[in-house]
Design a protein around this ligand. Structure first.
Ligand code: NAI
Length: 489
C-alpha cells in the first residue's frame, strides 16, 4: 500500500534530503540520542501524532523518533511554516523514492487555508484501522501550541455532551472551523475522540502558549493524560525562545522587506524570553529599541538592559517597526496601525495570530490590501499612507523565513525526544515510583543538563569538573544536578 500523505510536491524530496543532511551535522543532540538509544528502541510501539512546524529541523526530529522505534504521523502547527522540500523528504524517507515513498505520513504544505489546517490536524489521529480498534491509533502526542491536544480534548468534551455546540457570533472564524471539523468526525464515529483519548499516554508540548493551555486544563481538572512541558526545560526556553528568535526574527524581516534596520526605531511588545531575543537582535542591527511590558519585573529588566520602556500609544506614531512577542491577545489594534508612520512594518512572533488585530484592520472602511509577495502585504489606508504586515500577523520568523536554525532546535528537540521516551516508557503498565500521572511535568534537571552537555562539544566548549570536595562544599553531586529547582539561570 502506498504511503498516505498530502504535501505540496514530492519531487522536492532531494532538495529536502540535502538540507536534512546538513541539518543533522548541526543537530548534535538529536544525533547523539540516535546513537545512545538506537539499539534499545525505547519508542518501539509508540504511535506519535505530531503537530509542529514541518521544517528541515523537524524532519531531523521525526527521523530521530522513528530511529528510536516510533511510528509517526505529522502535521504543521501553522499554516505558513512548512518547508515543502522538508515535507517531501520526510514522506519519501532516507531509503524511498518519489514513486515508492517509505518515510512518514505528512499532511502539511506552505500556505494552507484554515480549513486545510484543521483537516490536517484531524488527519494525524486517523491511523489506519483506528475506527475499528482504537488501540491501533495514536498513543502519544507531540504538540507545539496545543492545537492537537485541544482537538482531542474538545472532541471528548463534545462527545460527552452528546453534540458539538454551534459557534456564537463572538467566536473567531477559526473556532467555527474547529467545530465543523469535530462535527464531521463525530458524524462518522460518535465516540471517536473518547476512544482515541483513552489510548493516549501523554503529550509533550513545545511552546509557552501550549504549556499555558495545559496548565489551564490541569487547573480545571480537565486534563485527560499526562503532559511534559518541554518549553520550560532551561535548554529549551532560555535557548530556542531567546537565541533562536535572535536569529530568525531579523532573518524574517530582512527576507520579507530588505529594509535596513540600523537607525530605525523598533517597538518590541513583551520582554519574556522571546522578547529578550528580539530586542537584542534588533539592537544588534543598530535599531533603537523600545519595549512594552505589563509585568513590572520584565519591564525593569528591559530598562536595566538599556531599553526605553514605554506604552504603545505613546510611541505608535513615531516607530518604524513593531514586533509582538507576548503570547497574549489584542496587543496592536487596528486603530493603532492606522496611526503608524507611512510604511511602518508590523509583525508577530508570538504563537497565535491574535496579537495583531488583523480582522479589525481588514474591516476598516476603505482600507486596501496589496500583496507585495506571499506573506508580505501592504495595507493602504484611505488617508493615503500604508503599513507593511508580515505573514498576516502569524509567526513571521517561520512565515517569512525558515524558523530557528538547526543548532538551537537540536536543544529543543533533544528535550522533545527525551520527553517522549520518558512519557512513553513511564506510563501505561509502568509501576515505578517515577511514573507520570495525569498532570503537567517538566523534565528532571539532570536531563536538562544532559541536553546542554550534548551540545558543548560541537562548540569546542570545555566544561570544568567539580572536585569531590567542591561538590560536597556546594552540597551537590559531582555528576549533577548542579542547581536547585528554583534557580532561574
Ligand atoms: P513569556 O511569558 O516569557 O513572555 C511574554 C511576555 O509578554 C511576558 O513578560 C508578559 O508579561 C508580556 N506581556 C503579556 N501581555 C502583554 C501586553 N499586553 N503588552 C506587553 N507585554 C505583555 O513567553 P515567551 O516564552 O517569550 O513566548 C512568547 C510567545 O512566543 C508565546 O506565544 C510562545 O509560544 C511564542 N514562541 C514563539 C517562537 C517563535 O519561533 N516564533 C519560539 C518560542 C516561543
Amino acid at each position: 500500500m502506498s504511503l498516505e500523505h498530502r504535501i505540496a510536491d514530492i519531487s522536492l524530496h532531494e532538495a529536502g534530503r540535502h538540507q536534512i543532511r546538513l541539518a543533522e551535522h548541526e543537530m548534535p543532540g538529536l544525533m547523539a540520542l540516535r546513537e545512545e538509544y538506537g539499539d534499545a528502541q525505547p519508542l518501539a510501539g509508540a504511535r506519535i501524532a505530531g503537530s509542529l512546524h514541518m521544517t528541515v529541523q523537524t524532519a531531523v526530529l521525526i527521523e530521530t523518533l522513528t530511529a528510536l522505534g516510533a511510528e509517526v504521523r505529522w502535521a504543521s502547527c501553522n499554516i505558513f511554516s512548512t518547508q515543502d522540500e522538508a515535507a517531501a523528504a520526510v514522506v519519501v524517507g532516507p531509503h524511498g523514492s518519489a514513486e515508492d515513498p517509505q518515510g512518514v505520513p505528512v499532511f502539511a504544505w506552505k500556505n494552507e487555508t484554515l480549513e486545510e489546517y484543521w483537516w490536517a490536524a484531524a488527519k494525524i489521529f486517523e491511523w489506519p484501522g483506528v475506527d475499528e480498534d482504537a488501540s491501533r491509533g495514536a498513543n502519544m502526542i507531540l504538540d507545539d501550541g496545543g492545537d492537537a491536544t485541544m482537538l482531542v480534548h474538545k472532541g471528548v468534551e463534545f462527545e460527552a455532551a452528546g453534540a458539538v455546540p454551534s459557534a456564537s457570533a463572538d467566536d473567531p472564524e477559526e473556532y467555527r472551523i474547529v467545530l465543523e471539523t469535530l462535527r464531521r468526525s463525530l458524524g462518522e464515529n460518535p465516540q471517536r475522540w473518547t476512544r482515541i483519548a483513552a489510548q493516549i499516554r501523554g503529550v509533550t508540548e513545545e511552546t509557552t502558549t501550549g504549556v499555558n493551555r495545559l496548565y489551564q486544563l490541569a487547573r480545571e481538572d480537565a486534563l485527560l493524560f499526562p503532559a511534559i512541558n518541554v518549553n520550560d526545560s532551561v535548554t529549551k526556553s532560555k535557548f530556542d525562545n531567546k537565541y533562536g528568535i535572535r536569529h530568525s526574527l531579523p532573518d524574517g524581516i530582512m527576507r520579507a522587506t530588505d529594509v535596513l534596520l540600523g537607525g530605525k526605531t523598533a517597538v518590541v511588545a513583551g520582554y519574556g524570553d522571546v522578547g529578550k531575543g528580539a530586542a537584542e537582535a534588533l539592537r544588534g542591527q543598530g535599531s533603537r529599541v523600545i519595549v512594552t511590558e505589563i509585568d513590572p519585573i520584565n519591564a525593569l529588566q528591559a530598562a536595566m538592559d538599556g531599553y526605553q520602556v514605554a506604552r504603545l500609544d505613546d510611541v505608535v506614531g513615531s516607530a518604524d517597526l513593531f514586533i509582538t512577542t507576548t503570547g497574549g491577545k489584542d496587543i496592536i489594534s487596528a486603530e493603532q496601525m492606522r496611526q503608524m508612520k507611512d510604511k511602518a512594518i508590523v509583525g508577530n512572533v508570538g504563537h497565535f495570530d491574535n496579537e495583531i488585530d488583523m480582522a479589525g484592520l481588514a474591516a476598516l472602511q476603505g482600507v486596501q490590501k496589496v500583496e507585495i509577495k506571499p506573506q508580505v502585504h501592504e495595507w493602504v489606508f484611505p488617508e493615503g499612507h500604508s503599513i507593511i504586515v508580515l505573514s498576516e500577523g502569524r509567526l513571521l520568523n517561520l512565515g517569512n523565513a525558515t524558523g530557528h536554525p538547526s543548532f538551537v532546535m537540536s536543544n529543543s528537540f533533544a528535550n522533545q525526544t527525551i520527553a517522549q521516551v520518558e512519557l512513553f516508557t513511564k506510563t501505561g503498565d509502568y509501576a515505578g515510583a517515577d511514573r507520570y500521572d495525569t498532570d503537567v511535568y517538566v523534565l528532571p534537571k539532570i536531563l536538562d543538563e544532559k541536553v546542554a552537555r550534548l551540545h558543548l562539544g560541537a562548540l569546542g566548549a570545555e566544561l570544568t569538573e567539580l572536585t569531590k570536595e567542591q561538590a560536597e562544599y556546594l552540597g551537590v553531586d559531582v555528576a549533577g544536578p548542579y542547581k536547585p529547582e528554583h534557580y532561574r539561570y
